[in-house]
Ligand binder design. Structure first.
Ligand SMILES: Cc1ncc(COP(=O)(O)O)c(C=O)c1O
Length: 418
């Protein structure tokens, strides 16, 4: 039995499928994909518990979502108060809670964003960005949206079309020839090369996933600078998909600012950490872009749901509060220090990290899967990518001693596979 302050794994724990796995396989689509066999019974702050009393340090934040910690007390209180107020749903009618949430989101964000589109999921938000970009391109007699091979932007058709992997749209048979893909700069010395692009007056926009999801791959700072300068000089828009990187995941409110203080995107998409729990997403941008075409229909039955807005507002208040911010930078410094140390280990080819996200690139998928399994058996839950990377992105409230315990387990797991 493993029992520490932050972990508990009983002797009889096994990573095997349960009746819930069978039900899920029988009742839900196969394409839902697989997950590691940990049954979530409850999740509190940076711990996940199963039905048998096993307890893991959560290095996933669900999936980069519970930035304010699972079942955050302030967010729970706000949700309960909203439920008790008997306003659970209000379609697109005006409500105070929606107004307060939208105003808070704009208030904490840079001034160059003056409009917020409120939707439900991350995919919907990037899909909305696609629609807006298409309208903007048409109006400005431009054509191309430049995206990156290997990037992920969601599963709704418009967002899927901008994903840099054919699998995301193969099922549809639909292609948008105006979306062009360039290679992601995986190496520190990769340079942005405009000669590979169409004539600059034909480029409508660049869309960047702030870091590439599967391995937390980040752009060389110089690459971003060159791309940004080129786009501005060409009159093209620059948009970031901040769905995973937003809300302090990379150490700052939005991840793109960690590359340079001089970048002012035209639009960004947000989700996940926007509420730390419930489905709510957003696109931030300028009125002249977002309001250009009234036919883009940036709305929905549940978009801006009252309970989601209440959760989102409490989440933003929590994350921007001094009390959270003070301890946060110390935790980030320790997390980054431990990431750096992983490079000393055999089988680790690269570690991409910034703030509280890391992608540990292993020699092979098989090695990565074995490391994940060993972590799970020792009370640490990393993101299993089912490829050659292991991702870490704990709730941002995680304590330093839990980060320490988690990295000790991860290091042992890697050494064990060697
Ligand atoms: C960068 C990025 N964009 C878009 C999405 C899609 O978000 P959702 O799953 O909420 O639709 C994700 C989800 O993982 C993401 O990481």
């Amino acid at each position: 039995m493993i029992k520490t302050k932050n972990r508990c794994i009983k002797d009889d724990f096994m990573l095997s499928s349960s009746e819930l796995t069978v039900n899920k396989q029988n009742n839900e689509p196969k394409s839902l994909g697989s997950q590691v066999h940990v049954i979530w019974d409850r999740a509190k702050d940076f711990n996940v518990y199963d039905r048998d009393g096993n307890k893991w340090i959560d290095m996933t934040a669900g999936i980069f979502t519970a930035n304010a910690g699972h079942a955050n007390e302030n967010i729970k209180k706000a949700i309960k108060a909203q439920v008790d107020s008997d306003l659970l749903f209000a379609y697109q009618y005006e409500t105070e809670i929606r107004d307060r949430f939208v105003r808070k989101l704009l208030e904490i964000s840079p001034d160059y964003f003056n409009k917020a589109v409120i939707l439900n999921t991350g995919s919907e938000a990037t899909d909305a960005m696609y629609r807006i970009l298409k309208s903007w391109a048409k109006e400005n007699k431009r054509k191309y949206i430049i995206c990156f091979n290997g990037s992920y932007h969601g599963r709704v058709l418009g967002s899927a079309l901008m994903c840099g992997s054919k699998e995301n749209t193969m099922w549809s048979g639909i292609n948008d020839d105006d979306i062009l893909f360039i290679d992601f700069p995986y190496n520190e010395d990769d340079v942005f090369d405009p000669s590979l692009l169409p004539p600059k007056e034909m480029i409508a926009a660049f869309l960047l996933e702030t870091y590439q999801g599967w391995g937390a791959c980040m752009y060389p700072a110089n690459y971003i600078k060159k791309l940004y300068d080129f786009a501005k000089e060409s009159g093209a828009l620059v948009c970031f998909d901040e769905i995973q990187s937003g809300f302090y995941r990379m150490g700052e409110l939005y991840g793109y600012t960690t590359y340079s203080d001089n970048i002012q995107p035209d639009m960004i998409s947000l989700g996940k950490g926007l509420s730390s729990c419930l489905p709510i997403s957003a696109v931030l941008g300028r009125a002249d872009i977002i309001d250009l075409d009234p036919t883009t229909n940036l709305s929905g039955t549940h978009a801006g749901n009252a309970i989601c807005c209440a959760a989102g507002l409490a989440n933003l208040e929590f994350l921007t509060d001094m009390e959270f911010q003070q301890g946060f930078q110390k935790r980030v410094a320790y997390f980054e220090k431990r990431c750096e140390k992983l490079l000393d280990l055999q089988l680790v080819s690269k570690v991409n990290y910034k703030g509280m996200v890391a992608g540990i690139i292993m020699e092979s998928t098989d090695v990565a899967n074995k490391v994940v399994e060993s972590c799970l058996l020792n009370g640490v839950l990393p993101v299993c990518t089912f490829r050659e990377s292991i991702k870490l992105g704990p709730p941002l409230t995680i304590s330093i001693d839990a980060i320490q315990e988690a990295f000790d387990v991860i290091e042992q797991a890697i050494s064990g596979v060697v």
